[in-house]
Design a protein around this ligand. Structure first.
Ligand code: ZN
Length: 320
């Protein structure tokens, strides 16, 4: 439970308004051009004055996503343009922190726009505390969601009134981190286990016994792999298994280089093997030289036990 005194202090902050923060520079073409270049945006409304004028604007407009850019304080903290307020619109977070909520994480930020801003216009924003949640517990810890809204205005020229052009909502979570139990050792990644069903269990049990078992329709003798409940040829549900010799040829293959996913070795060659019995199966390839795998190459099955929990068929070049 949060300290009632904190709750009271925090509630008193709700709706608080903070003064203006001015832009260092008027909206200008060089900043727009550099921003578009870095973002990979190619829109002549932002870079071609003639095009912008034909579209009804007095000059190029700034991409809406730049709204926050104009009034930023610069690389140094508190380096705001002359005339800006020296109030701290995040003072609520300092109050919450003093009651034992040291951590902060940005949650979300929404921009909304009233109209585009044009080269030559000068912006400022004011802030208000829009919302403070009750004390909440998340996976990160326990604390408060704090929402600040910045209203952006264009300063009026000679005698007009300032015009709101957009707003930015900025929400953070100010919290005391949840206690975490840290595992003593980093767990070693294990091979993911296959999904086993009544239709596929025989195959994995065969692997455990060092046998490569293929499903066979007892009505028409057609072999099938991967295992399935019904014969694709005659639609019979009746089946048994035969043990494959384990020899075949490489029908196709891929060699996985990246990303390197534990616990697999890399490069990781994976083959589609056409068994001499006629069915194809996917399995790891072992024993070949990297870069030397060849379609049509003869291979032979072998079984390897992983993580003391599963046995998998793998294929090795015949004679290797
Ligand atoms: Zn059949």
């Amino acid at each position: 439970m949060a300290d009632p005194e904190l709750i009271e202090k925090v509630r008193a902050m709700l709706g608080r308004q903070y003064g203006r923060v001015y832009a260092w520079d008027a909206v200008n073409a060089p900043m727009i051009r550099q921003w578009c270049e870095q973002m990979g945006i190619d829109n002549p409304l932002y870079t071609d004055p003639g095009f912008a004028r034909d579209a009804g604007y007095p000059d190029v407009i700034a991409p809406p996503g730049m709204l926050q850019v104009w009034c930023m304080g610069g690389l140094d903290n508190e380096n705001y343009a002359p005339g800006s307020t020296d109030e701290n619109s995040f003072e609520t977070l300092k109050i919450i922190e003093s009651y034992g909520y040291p951590a902060v994480v940005a949650v979300n930020s929404d921009l909304s726009f009233v109209r585009p801003v044009t080269v030559g216009e000068r912006l400022y924003y004011t802030s208000r505390v829009d919302a403070i949640s009750d004390e909440k517990t998340t996976g990160l810890g326990t604390g408060f969601f704090f929402t600040l809204v910045m209203d952006y205005f264009v300063e009026a020229t000679a005698g007009g009134t300032d015009e709101k052009v957009g707003e930015q909502l900025f929400r953070v979570f100010k919290f005391k981190p949840a206690e975490r139990s840290v595992p003593a050792e980093k767990p070693t990644a294990k091979r993911p286990l296959p999904g086993v069903s009544d239709d596929t269990r025989f195959f994995w049990e065969g692997c455990e016994a060092g046998q490569l078992l293929i499903q066979r329709c007892t009505a028409c003798q057609t072999l099938r792999h991967p295992p399935a409940p019904v014969c694709i040829e005659c639609h019979s549900f009746d089946w048994d298994t035969v043990q494959a010799k384990g020899s075949g040829q490489l029908y196709s293959f891929v060699v996985m280089h990246y990303p390197e996913v534990a616990p697999f070795d890399h490069p990781n060659p994976i083959g589609l093997i056409e068994l001499d019995e006629g069915v194809r199966m996917i399995a790891g390839l072992v024993g070949g030289e990297p870069g030397k795998w060849q379609i049509g190459q003869r291979v032979q099955v072998e079984f390897q036990r992983f993580d003391d929990q599963q046995t998998l068929p793998q294929f090795r070049p015949l004679g290797a």
